[in-house]
Write a protein that binds this ligand. Structure first.
Ligand code: SAM
Length: 330
């Protein structure tokens, strides 16, 4: 049995991993508003039940990225991992781990509050040489609505206009059935909601009729209006300069935060990376809380959070053209 002194030392050491930046302190029973915590997000232990209005986040997409290698300065891009010894086993284990974290997200959300998850599918190579396509966005939603009590609200397809995985070349070489592998140019913004009860005992997220009006812009009419949002991702050279391999485009999170939270509401990003969602939340007059396991990303996020986000001046909107010969009704 360790002595009391030794135990106290151990607890102190364990808690020293939880840092919230220069001079900031986090107490267990008060919500750590406007803080970015270097911590594993499994329990979100610093956040009381039903205290967050909106979660905007993007977890790691299975094993496509080794963030630890990235922060160690791996210049050869070997931090982009796409191999797994046993897909079924490793993918299932990863999915259960994400669901365990979503359970904490559910706990801290206010009744009626939303969780917007930006998720992508990924191509993974097994050791036996076979490649597998991980349907991560759909499985996360399935577990969140069956194992957990989330309500599914929307699936917004994010048209990134540029391919993360370029695969169509296979078909160009073998233009035959069975060789079709499209370029992957989309991700998914899954909107989940903590169910709204008739007579909620807890704190309720905002009532929509009391919220402020949002200006209806041309971009809204031509793009946000539909469940297909067109927006280029942050270019790799800009991400590299910023110091995180996959930052959110500020305009993407701006849409989500404006549409699903009210001014002074609390926005949480439990996988915050360099904190773009928190930066935008702050800019839009919301309170924020961020978690990331890597101190280097948290340091960067604490620096960026008070800088004005770089919103785009010009926006892409889809336009469809008729191609081909004469139509049969002409
Ligand atoms: C897809 S990135 C998020 C990027 C973010 N949207 C941005 O704008 O920079 C996922 C992040 O989750 C962090 N992460 C991975 N495991 C974690 C854990 N157990 N707890 C907290 N953060 C974790 C990684 O360090 C990484 O920065």
């Amino acid at each position: 049995m360790p002595s009391f002194k030794k135990m106290k030392k151990r607890v102190k050491k364990k808690n020293s991993g939880l840092s919230s930046g220069r001079g900031a302190t986090v107490t267990r029973n008060s919500i750590p508003l406007c803080k970015i915590l270097t911590s594993d997000n499994l329990h979100l232990a610093e956040i009381p039940d039903e205290s967050v209005d909106l979660v905007v986040t993007s977890p790691p997409y299975f094993n496509v990225m080794d963030y630890h290698k990235h922060i160690k300065g791996d210049k050869s891009e070997r931090y982009r991992v796409t191999r797994t010894p046993d897909f079924e086993r490793d993918y299932r284990a990863f999915l259960s781990d994400v669901t365990a974290r979503m359970k904490s997200v559910f706990r801290v959300l206010k009744i009626g509050g939303h969780a917007a998850l930006v998720l992508g599918t990924s191509i993974v190579q097994e050791e036996n040489g076979r490649s597998r396509h991980a349907p991560f966005p759909f499985d996360v939603v399935s577990e969140a609505t069956t194992i957990l009590d989330f309500m599914f609200q929307e699936c917004i397809v994010w048209n990134k206009t540029t391919a993360g995985a370029k695969r169509f070349g296979v078909f160009i070489q073998h233009p035959k059935p069975g060789y079709y592998y499209p370029n992957l140019i989309t991700e998914y913004i899954m909107i989940l909601r903590k169910p709204w009860l008739e007579n909620p005992a807890g704190d309720i997220s905002f009532r929509r009729d009391d919220a402020e009006e949002i200006e209806i812009t041309e971009v809204m009419k031509k793009d946000t209006a539909n469940s297909l949002w067109t927006m280029a991702p942050v270019p790799p050279n800009v991400a590299k300069k910023l110091g995180h391999p996959c930052p959110f485009p500020p305009d993407l999170v701006k849409r989500i935060i404006e549409l699903y939270s009210h001014r002074r509401g609390v926005v949480l990003d439990p996988w915050c990376g360099c904190g773009i969602a928190l930066q935008v939340a702050n800019d839009l007059g919301r309170k924020y809380i961020g978690y990331d396991i890597e101190e280097k990303y948290c340091k960067l996020a604490r620096k960026l959070v008070n800088v004005k986000p770089k919103y785009r001046v010009q926006h892409l909107v889809p336009q469809y053209n008729l191609i081909g010969g004469e139509s049969c009704d002409s």
